[in-house]
Design a protein around this ligand. Structure first.
Ligand code: GDP
Length: 350
């Protein structure tokens, strides 16, 4: 039975990846950080096959101990401070976890798997945010980076250090330059889920409006469930490499909101208001990824279209809040993230 080790197992991608690897017959170890991590209980209920291991990307000895325990064939480093808006106000923390965390993870892999002929395969979650102020459209693996946030800068370091370890030590280390990927498990601080959660609550009479920032910003939004297959495929290749995973389609925040409200027969203009509070000091205005290399080398392509993605998310949020209204099930993740988002937006410029 192959063994995989996943950091940020409680995040959106960690959950999708764990499900996928489990379906492929893997034994999945998931790293969780912190004391009383509130997401652990929900994860154990939803994905009981995952074996949890304590560890923190800020703490190299803990990573070594976690890998020694798991003895994985494959390591998926998904862990990061991943909310771009937060990275402006917690830039040092972001650099430490999102950037240096990659270096620590690579070092831990070298310590546990050996300095030469290391058998452990490594996946790094790189990001389209590295392209930032894009130099060409659509973006490929060769597009020069121009990050526009501390998060993007930290991801560039992570990406470059993976290439460096691959070239220096012959590690089987690959990076997926993943464009935005969403789904019902997306945190509510991200604009897609913020919108679909609000649409569901507005439709059910639980909320009056949703306040957003930059509506003109355009993203290449895909479905997270499709994207984790790309991660896995990268580690099944004889040679490590970097790949863009995207849909090649770009839509604005306004279009996303329009489609989400349309699905419940409402007009977005009647419920969306704009407040500078949700604008960033600097934003990435346009992203569109070219996934030709992933298609040619890995046979990967996105399955879920933009409209279907919005539909999946709206439907799931409607179901969650309907269950809650019937007193059947509390949408713990929505309320948890909502609280987090409230705290963030009160005290920080996000
Ligand atoms: P990102 O691409 O990783 O930053 O993903 P987000 O979902 O956080 O943001 C996507 C885009 O939506 C960015 O350009 C944001 O500026 C824009 N946006 C507009 N309004 C909002 C909002 O209320 N919250 C968030 N998170 N983003 C917003």
């Amino acid at each position: 039975m192959p063994t995989a080790f996943v950091t940020d197992i409680t995040g959106q991608d960690g959950q999708h990846l764990a499900e996928f690897l489990h379906s492929q017959g893997y034994h999945v170890f998931g790293m969780v950080k912190g004391q009383n991590n509130p997401r652990v209980e929900a994860l154990q209920a939803e994905l009981p096959f995952v074996e949890l291991v304590p560890g923190d990307l800020a703490d190299l000895p803990s990573l070594v101990a976690a890998l020694q325990m798991a003895q994985p064939d494959e390591v998926y480093n998904l862990g990061a401070i991943s909310f771009v808006a937060l990275s402006f106000s917690q830039a040092e923390l972001t650099a430490n976890i999102t950037g240096l965390g990659v270096l620590r993870m690579l070092e831990a892999v070298r310590m546990v798997g050996g300095a030469t002929n290391n058998p452990i395969r490594f996946y790094q979650a790189s990001s389209s945010e590295m392209c930032g102020q894009v130099r060409e459209t659509p973006q490929t693996e060769l597009t020069p980076f121009h990050p526009r946030s501390p998060y993007g800068c930290a991801k560039v370091f992570g990406h470059d250090i993976v290439v460096n370890y691959r070239e220096s030590y012959g590690m089987h280390a690959s990076s997926g330059i993943l464009f935005n990927h969403e789904g019902p498990r997306r945190g509510i601080e991200f604009v897609t889920r913020k919108v679909t959660n609000a649409v569901a609550r507005i439709k059910l009479g639980l909320q009056d409006e949703v306040v957003l920032g930059n509506l003109d910003s355009k993203r290449d939004w895909g479905f997270a469930g499709d994207y984790v297959k790309g991660m896995w495929l990268m580690l099944q290749q004889d040679q490590p490499d970097d790949y863009v995973i995207a849909t090649h389609e770009s839509h604005s925040v306004r279009e996303f909101a329009e489609e989400a409200f349309r699905l419940v027969n409402l007009r977005w203009q009647d419920f969306v208001t704009v407040d500078k509070r949700f604008s960033r000091p600097l934003d990435v205005n346009y992203l569109q990824g070219n996934y030709t290399k992933a298609y040619q080398h890995l046979g990967w392509k996105p399955e879920i279209t933009f409209n279907r993605l919005v539909e999946i998310m709206v439907t799931e949020d409607l179901n969650r809040w309907k269950r809650w209204q019937r007193g059947e099930h509390f949408p713990w993740d929505a309320s948890h993230h909502l609280n987090e988002a409230r705290i963030l937006t009160r005290s920080l410029k996000v």
